[in-house]
Design a protein around this ligand. Structure first.
Ligand code: IMP
Ligand code: MG
Length: 183
């Protein structure tokens, strides 16, 4: 394997710490797939990926779920505190698939404040899904605004800024195959 500090993907930056290696992530994603397979014995399952951060995780995850399912995505735009004090989330891309009567599994890269997910749960909950649950790769456990358990969770994340496996810094590093903090 390429020495991570010399990884050409990193635009000359170097890794401070690899939080989760490729092998560690792959192992956990297999386990999560088995958990999800066992949790949904019947009914239509729609796996809804929150773009862009979830795209790598979602692609690996759905291939480990051994039951019928469909995939769609949504794009949420959040306005920061500087613009709108309520931090309201809008859907920039709304899933085309109907949610009514289906098991909806919302897939997120990382739960930080939890604000985005909380607002999405309220919004999607109005469309009468049969169930609505969250699967997140990472959780910083500092979410004060999320009033719903993360039913399926990859890892507890350290409270530092992480990149890779879908997570970006200013749109860079999403393709890095491990999760790391940078110098
Ligand atoms: P929340 O609404 O505060 O929970 O924000 C969650 C979103 O913030 C995630 O979907 C990520 O896009 C981004 N985010 C939070 N923490 C990190 C991080 O450590 N690295 C990269 N993106 C992060
Ligand atoms: Mg981001």
């Amino acid at each position: 394997m390429t020495a991570p500090t010399a990884d050409p993907r990193l635009k000359g930056r170097s890794v401070k710490r690899i939080a989760f290696s490729e092998a560690t992530i792959a192992r956990r994603v297999r386990e999560l797939g088995a958990e999800i397979t066992a949790a949904y014995p019947d009914g239509d399952l729609l796996v809804l990926g929150l773009l862009k951060g979830s795209f790598v995780f979602l692609a690996d995850l759905v291939r480990q779920i051994e039951r019928p399912l469909q995939v769609d995505f949504l794009v949420a735009s959040s306005y920061g505190d500087a613009m709108v004090s309520s931090g309201k989330v809008n859907l920039v891309y709304d899933p085309e698939t109907k949610l009514e009567g289906k098991h909806i599994l919302l897939v997120e890269d990382i739960v930080d404040s939890g604000r985005t997910l909380q607002q999405l749960l309220v919004l999607l909950g109005k469309r009468q899904p049969r169930s609505l649950e969250i699967c997140a790769l990472l959780h910083k456990h500092i979410a004060t605004e999320l009033h719903h358990p993360t039913k399926f969770l990859g890892f507890d994340a350290p409270n530092e800024f992480l990149v890779g496996y879908g997570l970006d810094h200013a749109e860079d590093f999403r393709h890095v195959p491990y999760v790391a903090s940078l110098q």
